[in-house]
Design a protein around this ligand. Structure first.
Ligand code: HEM
Length: 525
């Protein structure tokens, strides 16, 4: 051992010599990067301004921006939740980070309406869609003619038959859950992490696939969660690192493999069903049929089929599950609203029978508590677009000022639509910081007045899927249980709300951190 150490010490100076060029190269690279960043910032500062500017050494959506984020958003690094932290300073637009952006993320919807139109000059930038295109091109990440093809294939599945199925399956899953969790015979249930419950319910999207074989591997639900949580990390980390024995990267790799096998199994099973004459018209059958239809000009190839399955699993699970948790959180600290909603449930559905799909339009207060939770914590928190040609945007002047101004947008400019800013913008909402479901009472379910699913041509295709699922689930749980917060010692409702509802995570979707809730069985009167 002594021999090894001494020879190592002897070789150390040589090792240092060998490392010198690498250290110099690294230092040069860092220096050049810093210099480039300084030039870029000078350009931002000197460029003509249409909005208030805010610029920082590190950009919020870049890897260094995320890695060096301090505990709270600071002036030198805004971090990727800059828009959440500044939501109460709602002006119409938030500030700039990059020279290729216009001055800053915009939180004015009138602009969004134009950008989402059929003949829009704005596309989703390819590099920001990379986490989604890994499995194959799909509806979420495509643009132009390619997007129209995907939409034409899957769009027709989103009709009354699917929504009735969503209702029935939500009911089934809720009943199964009560059974499996052993809540049936309990009067009080303490749930350590409410998200564990809501993720099970929102797993419905996968239940609409044929049943899967239990092979004892990582549960698909777990795999989906790991993949969703690490989708940005996976894209950023160089692929060679996955060969190293780093536990987190191993887990990601395992989860992605599990999901890939699962999706392929689904395709094989569904193809067999279609071949056997299955006439179902749900979204997955429709996609598989399109994949097999060689005569169609809208045929999806194998990668596009898997790409779309992933896109729907991701878009349909994470967003909805998190918003269910937020809704129940707001119910827990708003007893009066909870009672008002339960009153409507009792008058529409009553205490005994199963809620039916026909009840959906009559349960507007139930839908309203979900809408308002989606507004307060909008899962789709930023929409990123790039101008494909030189264009202009007609941007209204700040609240209180008449008129608008024309903002030139040169080709290549990225525009970030700050959906948190939209939902907290006093232009659209009185008391935007207050959870107030009554603002949505009586609203027709597909009204564009509700904007957190986006509006226009590229609005959320799953909006009604999510609202039908939410209405059925919330009706079932609120009718049976009173939802209560779990306070820390001496904590008030306000303090609970500030601690739990403000603890957000801004990744591909916006969510709140895990939190506990208590359910107390309602007494029959
Ligand atoms: C609370 C639940 C949800 C919220 C807040 C939400 C929000 C959004 C938003 C803001 C967009 C626009 C994204 C952009 O333009 O960049 C979007 C798109 C999309 N969503 Fe959702 N979503 C939810 C649930 C769902 C569900 C359940 C599904 C599927 C069953 C789904 C499928 C999609 C698809 C396919 C798109 C892309 C549409 C297109 O580009 O044509 N979403 N969603």
């Amino acid at each position: 051992m002594a021999f090894h150490i001494s020879s190592l010490l002897e070789t150390f100076p040589r090792l240092q010599d060998g490392l010198k060029p690498a250290v110099i190269a690294l230092a040069t690279l860092l220096g050049l990067t810093a210099l480039r960043r300084v030039f870029s910032l000078v350009k931002v500062v000197r460029s003509p301004s249409y909005f208030p500017k805010l610029w920082t050494p590190l950009q919020p959506f870049t890897v260094p921006g995320v890695l060096f984020k301090t505990a709270s958003t600071s002036s030198w690094n805004h971090g990727r939740d800059w828009h959440w932290v500044r939501r109460y300073q709602s002006t119409d637009r938030l500030p700039a980070h990059e020279s290729k952006n216009i001055d800053g993320p915009i939180s004015i919807l009138d602009v969004k309406l134009r950008m989402g139109s059929q003949r829009s000059s704005f596309f989703k930038p390819e590099e920001t869609m990379e986490p989604f295109t890994y499995w194959g091109m799909n509806l979420i990440s495509s643009n132009g003619a390619m997007w129209r093809k995907h939409r034409r294939v899957v769009g027709p599945a989103f009709g009354p038959e699917l929504y009735k199925l969503v209702w029935r399956k939500t009911l089934e899953i809720y009943r199964d859950m009560i059974e499996v969790e052993g809540w049936k015979d309990k009067d009080v249930v303490d749930i350590p992490v409410i998200q564990k419950v809501t993720f099970k319910i929102a797993f419905l999207i996968v239940r609409l696939l044929p049943p899967q074989a239990a092979d004892g591997g990582m549960p698909v639900q777990e795999a989906l969660r790991v993949v969703a949580d690490t989708i940005v990390l996976f894209t950023a980390v160089p692929k060679w690192l996955y060969y190293l024995p780093i536990p987190k990267l191993r887990e990601i790799q395992l989860a992605r493999e599990r999901l890939r096998v699962f999706m392929q199994e689904q395709v094989v099973q569904r193809r067999a069903l279609v071949a056997a004459g299955d006439t179902r018209a749900d979204v997955f059958t429709i996609m598989v049929k399109s994949n097999q239809d060689e005569s169609s000009k809208y045929q999806l190839d194998d990668d596009e089929l898997i790409g779309n399955i992933f896109a729907f699993l991701f878009a349909g699970h994470e967003t909805t599950a998190n918003t269910f948790a937020v809704t129940l959180g707001y119910m827990a600290i708003n007893e009066e609203i909870q009672n008002e909603v339960v009153e409507q449930i009792m008058s529409v559905v009553g205490p005994d029978r199963d809620p039916e799909y026909d009840d959906y339009p009559k349960l507007d207060k139930v839908l309203a508590i979900f809408y308002e939770a989606t507004r307060m914590v909008p899962a789709g928190h930023v929409l990123i677009r790039q101008a494909m040609e030189d264009t202009v945007l007609n941007v209204p002047n700040p609240v209180g000022e008449e008129g608008s101004k024309m903002v030139p947008i040169p080709k290549g400019t990225e525009v970030i639509l700050d959906m948190v800013g939209v939902q907290y913008n006093p232009r659209y909402f009185e008391d935007p910081e207050t959870y107030k479901p009554s603002r949505w009472y009586g609203l027709p379910p597909d009204s564009e007045r509700f904007t957190a699913f986006s509006v226009g041509g590229r609005a959320c295709l799953g909006r009604k899927f999510a609202t039908v699922e939410a209405t059925c689930f919330l009706t079932l749980i609120l009718r049976e249980w009173q939802v209560l917060p779990v306070f820390r010692s001496g904590e008030t409702k306000e303090a609970w709300s500030a601690r739990v509802m403000n603890d957000t995570r801004a990744l591909m979707t916006l969510s709140v951190a895990e939190f506990p809730l208590r359910l107390v069985r309602r007494k029959r009167v």
